[in-house]
Write a protein that binds this ligand. Structure first.
Ligand SMILES: [Zn+2]
Length: 184
């Protein structure tokens, strides 16, 4: 029998279930927090934000970028939350980019051209996905969410940078409502 890469993780799952780790989990996040961040294994919010089960909704992709798909995900959760909470604030979306992000590779012409060909995408769109200055890109993505018509104005959006060397998160854009400008 060959060993699958997931086997050690499945072993941990059995220990998790046996210890009742899943009990008490709820569907609406305890912190009323929706985190968008990078899929880099160094950038796991369960660790650097100390998130426990049910604490937050987390979406991770290359760079932690606010893509049209991510906007739809936030809109979807917003619509569910509106049905549960008739008025008042719904939740905060925290966009967190990080230092040393691999999405910087998209700034390399050769890499970007190959990748564009591989996925059948426009090269110019991919250039915008590159992360070289996480404070700048997170500011742009907060703006993207705040200006998206699909996002309820009862949702707040904030922007942060996680430093993989110090382990610290720095807030770049404090929480504000959709429709607010991120520029002070
Ligand atoms: Zn990254």
């Amino acid at each position: 029998m060959t060993m699958a890469n997931i086997d050690p993780a499945l072993e941990r799952n059995r220990a998790f279930a046996a210890a009742g780790g899943h009990q008490g989990a709820v569907v609406f996040p305890n912190l009323r927090l929706f985190v968008i961040t990078c899929l880099d294994p160094r950038v796991d919010p369960a660790h650097f934000l100390g998130l426990g089960l049910s604490d937050a909704i987390v979406v991770r992709n290359v760079g932690g970028r606010v893509t049209p798909g991510v906007i739809n995900d936030v809109a979807f959760i917003g619509q569910i939350a509106e049905n549960v909470l008739p008025d008042g604030p719904l939740f905060e979306v925290a966009v967190i980019h990080h230092t040393q992000c691999g999405a910087g590779a998209l700034a390399d012409d050769t890499f970007r051209r190959q990748y564009a060909q591989r996925i059948g995408a426009e090269e110019s769109t991919l250039r915008e996905q590159a992360i070289l200055d996480p404070a700048a890109t997170v500011t742009r993505d907060v703006e993207r969410l705040r200006s998206a018509p699909a996002i309820s104005r009862r949702v707040t959006v904030s922007g942060h940078v996680y430093d993989v060397v110090t382990g610290l998160v720095q807030t770049i854009i404090p929480a504000g409502h959709a429709g607010d400008s991120s520029v002070a």
